[in-house]
Design a binder for this molecule. Structure first.
Ligand code: KG4
Length: 328
C-alpha cells in the first residue's frame, strides 16, 4: 500500500511517501527564516508552507517515480501544532484526496513521532515505553500496540527542546539551538555548575522552566557583561546534564514499573547523542533502545504516512476525535 504523508504542524514542510513500512522518499524543507526572529513566527510559517508544499509534492513524486494515481491513502497532520500551519497541510491533503478519489486520514502529530521507530527498526516489539522529546512536546507513553497508548506523564511547562532553544538564546545562539548546545557541551565540563532538576509531584511529569530561569539568573549574576567561550561550553554542558537527568530518571522508572524490554526515544531532541548514550548505559543489556535517525527524529512526512497507514488499517481514524485542526 502506498501512502502519502503531509506534515506542516510547525516549521518543517514535509512530504513523505511510504510503501508499507518502507520509506520511498521523505522530502523535508526546514524553514530557516525563523532563526532571524529567535523562534517560530506562526504567520510566516503558514505562508512558507503554502509556498513550498506543491513543489515538494512534485519533487517527491518525481524522485520516487510515482504517479498521483499510484497513491492508495493520503494522511496529513491534523494537530497538535500551529493552527495556520496545520490548516495548510490539512486542506492540501483533503483537497488532493477529493481530486484523486482516495481516502484521507487525519493524523495526530504525536502518533507520528511515537511510531516513527518502525520505519527503520522492524524488530521493535510491543509493548514499549516511548519518550517523546521535541520542541513542542516532552512526554512519556506506554505503547501496547498501534493506537493503544497510555500517556504516563507530560511536561508541566516547557518542552525539553524549548528549554534547549531558550537557553541557547541566552547564550547568544541561533534558533533552533539544541544541536549547537550539544556541540558546545561536548567540549565543556558538565559538572562545572549545578543546575536544578525539577522535583515535580506527578510520577512521570517533567518541568524545565525552572531550569531555564536558573540559567538566566546565573548568567545575570555571574556574566553581566557577556560570557567567554569556556564558560559558555561549561554552562551548555551543565544545563544539558540537568535536562538529560530528568528525562532518563523518569524513563528508567517507567521501564521498571511496566516491565518492558523495548524503549523508543523520538522527536527532535532524540538526536542528542549524549542523551542516547547515557540512556543506553542506564537501561543495561536487557532492554533495547531504539532511536530513529536524525531525519526521522525531526518533523517529517514519512512518519505521518506510517501513522496514517496504521490508522487506516485499524480503522482508528473513523473513531478518532482528531478530524480537523481545531480543538474539540
Ligand atoms: O521534533 P522537532 O523537529 O520539532 C518540533 O517539535 O519543533 O524538534 C525540534 C527541537 C528543537 O527544539 C531543537 O533545538 C531540538 O529539537 N534539537 C535538539 C538536538 N537537535 C534538535 N536538542 C538537543 N540536542 C540535539 N542534538
Amino acid at each position: 500500500m502506498i501512502v502519502l504523508g503531509i506534515e506542516t504542524s510547525c516549521d518543517e514542510t514535509s512530504i513523505g511517501l511510504i510503501e508499507d513500512n518502507r520509506i520511498i522518499t521523505n522530502e523535508i524543507f526546514s524553514q530557516k527564516i525563523h532563526s532571524d526572529f529567535g523562534g517560530v513566527v506562526p504567520e510566516i510559517a503558514s505562508r512558507a508552507h503554502l509556498q513550498k508544499i506543491l513543489p515538494l509534492l512534485k519533487d517527491a513524486l518525481n524522485s520516487a517515480s510515482i504517479d498521483l494515481k499510484d497513491i492508495d491513502v493520503i494522511a496529513a497532520t491534523a494537530g497538535p501544532g500551529l493552527i495556520g500551519a496545520l490548516i495548510v497541510g490539512y486542506c492540501f491533503g483533503s483537497g488532493l484526496s477529493l481530486a484523486i478519489d482516495k481516502p484521507f486520514v487525519p493524523v495526530n502529530h504525536i502518533d507520528g513521532h511515537l511510531y516513527s521507530v518502525f520505519l527503520e527498526n522492524s524488530e521493535i516489539d510491543f509493548p514499549y515505553i516511548a519518550l517523546l522529546v521535541s520542541g513542542g512536546n516532552t512526554a512519556l507513553y506506554f505503547i501496547e500496540d498501534f493506537y493503544k497508548t497510555k500517556l504516563l506523564g507530560n511536561t508541566l511547562d516547557d518542552a525539553a527542546g524549548e528549554a534547549f532553544d531558550k537557553v541557547g538564546k541566552l547564550l547568544g545562539l541561533k534558533y533552533p539551538a539544541g544541536a549547537e548546545i550539544e556541540k558546545l557541551a561536548n567540549e565543556g565540563d558538565e559538572n562545572f555548575y549545578q543546575f536544578p532538576v525539577a522535583d515535580v509531584s506527578g510520577k512521570y511529569d517533567f518541568s524545565f522552566s525552572g531550569l531555564k530561569t536558573s540559567v538566566l539568573r546565573f548568567l545575570q549574576k555571574n556574566f553581566p557583561d557577556g560570557i567567554d567561550e569556556t564558560s559558555k561550553k561549561n554552562i551548555a554542558a551543565s544545563f544539558q546534564k540537568a535536562v538529560i537527568k530528568a528525562l532518563i530518571d523518569k524513563t528508567v522508572n517507567a521501564v521498571k514499573e511496566f516491565k518492558v524490554k523495548n524503549v523508543a526515544v523520538v522527536g527532535g531532541v532524540a538526536s542528542n547523542k549524549t542523551l542516547q548514550n547515557k540512556l543506553r548505559d542506564e537501561l543495561g543489556n536487557d532492554v533495547k533502545l531504539f532511536v530513529p535517525s536524525p531525519k526521522l527524529c525531526t518533523d517529517n512526512g514519512a512518519m505521518i504516512a506510517f501513522a496514517g497507514l496504521k490508522s487506516y488499517q485499524t480503522n482508528y481514524y473513523l473513531q478518532s476525535k482528531i478530524t480537523q485542526p481545531f480543538p474539540n
